[in-house]
Ligand binder design. Structure first.
Ligand SMILES: [Zn+2]
Ligand SMILES: [Zn+2]
Length: 267
């Protein structure tokens, strides 16, 4: 069994479909445990800097929680988890912690979408890749991902090699970067997300890559799965490929979350 723990909603401003439609697709595909993990309000910005096309607003957060609760009561055949996708922004850890501890979440996905102020996964800002030496960029990104894991804010590190999204990869071997990152993940006791959205973008590869996932397995880092659905058709997409990848890397079980507590389940 695989779970799909990474669904967005229209509240983030760049997703479509009703939440019930996501559940209908899950049911049709035979998924029995799923979770919404929409983008947290941009807690690190002043309100006049907030872009409504990137995340839900502060006032939408309680509505989001209430709708998940309602859907749980009307879709009793599917386990519906309550999650959030939370940006790791160095210097703003205390604010994130305060928001997260007050919410009845099953899990928190931690994401790095920004390096300094650059939203490197935003297709409108792709020209900035030209300004970087790619090996240096990868060092910078993975340093940030390790800091996210060490922060203790997150249960799951989402799309752990997102920096490859647009297909920019360094020529040089980066095994040591993966190894160092796997070690930090293991020490921080975080789980890693197998995110199939990488198949829908120029990277044409699940996050994380097989080479990275093999090292994560060697360091006994637990994993979970998600489609990063921004529309109902994305639900469960690429899960056949995810199963193959998990098997190749040696994984036999995935992690489930309830009220931020882990348990394990045979794949
Ligand atoms: Zn999104
Ligand atoms: Zn993300």
């Amino acid at each position: 069994m695989l779970v799909d723990y990474h669904w967005h909603t229209t509240r983030c401003g760049h997703a479509s479909g009703t939440m019930q439609e996501y559940l209908n697709v899950a049911r049709a595909k035979g998924l029995t445990e799923v979770g919404f993990a929409d983008h947290i309000p941009m807690y690190w910005l002043k309100s006049n800097k907030i872009d409504p096309e990137l995340a839900m607003s502060t006032t939408e957060l309680p509505e989001y929680l209430a709708e998940v609760e309602l859907l749980r009561r009307t879709n009793l055949d599917i386990n519906i988890k309550l999650g959030l996708e939370v940006d790791f922004i160095p210097g703003h850890e205390a604010t994130a912690k305060k928001i997260l501890t007050a919410l009845p979440l099953d899990y928190v996905l931690g994401s790095v979408h920004y390096l300094n102020d650059w939203g490197f996964d935003n297709p409108h800002l792709i020209h900035h890749y030209q300004e970087w030496d790619l090996l240096e960029l990868y060092h910078c990104y993975f340093e940030q991902i390790r800091a996210a894991a060490s922060s203790g804010l997150f249960d799951i590190i989402a799309h752990p090699d997102l920096i490859k999204k647009f297909g920019y990869r360094p020529q040089k071997e980066i095994t040591e970067i993966y190894r160092q990152t796997a070690r930090v993940f293991a020490d921080s006791e975080v789980c890693v997300e197998i995110n199939t959205a990488g198949l829908r973008v120029p990277a044409q590869e699940i996050y994380p890559s097989l080479a990275f996932l093999k090292l994560l397995h060697r360091y006994k880092v637990p994993v979970t799965t998600g489609s990063d659905a921004h529309k109902p058709e994305h639900v469960g997409q690429g899960f056949k490929e995810a199963l193959q990848l998990l098997e190749l890397a040696g994984y036999r079980e995935i992690t489930l979350f309830n009220k931020r507590q882990k348990s394990y389940c045979k794949i």
